[in-house]
Design a protein around this ligand. Sequence first.
Ligand code: DGJ
Length: 737
Amino acid sequence: MLCETKWVRSATTKSPPPADQAPGPILHLRAGGVSLVLDVVGPYLPRVLHWGADLGQLDADHLAALDQAMRPRWTSNSPDDPLRLSVLPENSHAWPGTPGLAGHRDGRDFSTRFVVGGIGQSRLPDGTAVVTVAATDPAAALELGLTFEMSPRGLVRTRAELTNAGGGTYYLDGLALALPVPARAVELLDFGGHWGHERRAPQRHPFNQATYAREGRRGRTGLDASLLLIAGEAGFAFRRGQVWAAHTGWSGNHRLIAERQPSGERVLAGGELLMPGEVALGGGQKYVSPWVYFAHGEGLDDMSARFHHFVRTRPGRPAGPRAVVGNSWEAVYMDHSLARLIDLASAFAEVGVELFVLDDGWFRHRRSDTAGLGDWYVDPAVWPDGLHPLVDHVRGLGLEFGLWVEPEMVNLDSDLARAHPEWIMAAGHRLPPEFRHQQVLNLGIPEALAHVTERLDALIEEYRLTYLKWDHNRDLIEAGDQLTGRAGVHAQTEAVYGLWEYLKRRHPGLRIESCSSGGGRADLGILTLADRMWGSDCTDAHERQAIQRHTTLLVPPEMVGSHISADQNHQTQRRLSLPMRAVTAMFGDLGVEWDVTGLDAARRAELAAWIALYKDWRELLHTGDVVRTDHPDPALWVHGVVAADRSKALFALVPMATSMTSPPGEFRPDGLDPDKTYRVAPLAPPGRTGEGHIYQPPAWWSEGLTASGRVLMGRGLRAPELPPDSPALVSFTEQLA
Ligand code: DGJ
């Protein structure tokens, strides 16, 4: 079992194709409106001459001219040869900033000067262009492989493989890959947040002469992770200004850096953050870095669309519409009983739920969050016949059945912790501080990984599970192997990826939702394997507007779970209307997490009508281009999704506060086809106009109107005056002549 798990992982981190050409050319990769010009002339590591807007067709002379145009010159009090900034910046070329590689062999070989031996070029079946570079530093006895990819939509990603080609141990302290951004990238944007508020707060700063780093040392992506570090032209916004963004696709410790040197160089860089001694390469051993992603855009939406396209076209994406989830957590928490959950499943089915997820509380000893994690057996005290009666009922209703698990964690009050205290991650002979009463199971220990794998396999098989909600509710603190005393976040992260790959391969069709106290594990390391992420433990729709607005800059909205929850929100105590809760969830992966058994028939019908409306539009919502307009009134957020062929669009007008003007200014539905004619109409569930929520509808509201995309986007439409947190939907449908 274990060997198989390991085998799967190593297959996905296989070496790049061999570097079969001698270094020589300047390469120009172009796709989706982006150019990446790579100088692989050698003899040293590749430099990026341009990453940004498409430069058009360039012949060898043009590329040579570009090289000349960008060549640095000597300035006072600087190295005699101008510094050379490569993708793995090296101090040996006078780079004074964050080094691409940090490591040593017992204190020696602390600095490198790699020489390129060959390059390779290929194309993946989906059109992705691939460039590989093989380099060596014989003096330091290191070999380096670099891979660059440009997706058909212009997303660039790169990663490195470092091999210890000498004797002794090479201790890798860090590896970061960097791309330069131009001088006109004068502002930085990233996001702050915490539990229940993931990425809620945009942080904008000048791109100063400094090293600005967002580092995550929590052993998971982190509830506070920005996900993206963005540089851009002055005043860049969703729809305007050139931007350059970096993302590290890694679910363990990681960093993103923006660095500006006095000599003018500006770089964005990313990589894994390694704990002391964590990666110790013996002779012939190799470290494979995470992918670091780089996306350029004309405005944030354009940048974001490259990520969405990349994630949407990953092999193994679920086919067909995404099922409406009904999750038991905020409905019953851990108060599990067959009768109650049967009623809940029936009520979920009545309102249109398609996938019932039984959340935390079903396994042995789990009557509260202080016990049971690790004991992945159905609790016979609560479920004398196992989960079968519930599963059969759910399937009888025509719903799929999914189960919550948290396999990387263990409560000290569990049979597993009592049997194997040595499987708990720790730095030495003391346990790390508890966190939600739990500790971390060391999946770097083969027997621990095999145990968890066996339990999951058995549950999936017994209940024919097609869906797991996979939780991870604590930071990793002093995360090491008790027996060796070595740090273990890297190994833990690799083990989780390997386990997911194994489970998905062994159980075709299995979908996994990545949850980590909400949106705490949301990077493209896990999300290229996951089918969904839980957006946030905060289900308050007002708060969710900001969380989803920023999280979906990286993650396609249909992967961000967004649930309609109780009238009075459990996290904030705020009461929001059903339209606000439903409209917010529609622009994610809509689900219900609410004890709807208590609703009378009229309220169930109202909820069912919203879910039916969502189902009518979900194909568009889950495949189209996301538009976040730059509305001049900060009180009114206007966002939408436009079909790839521009034939349809759905926009939400969300009043986040009261406006300073009455009515608020017009809104412009960006992203339409200027040459198409559209029928514009407010949208609400059948039988409901939504007008009860509008103070002042504009003149066009009752009859709708027909206009060209050019007029609609060029001049805009008067917006209705809406009370705070009372959104309106507007649909745009192409009118064929
Ligand atoms: C944290 C998750 O984010 C919640 O949705 C829920 O699954 C709880 N864990 C269960 O413990």
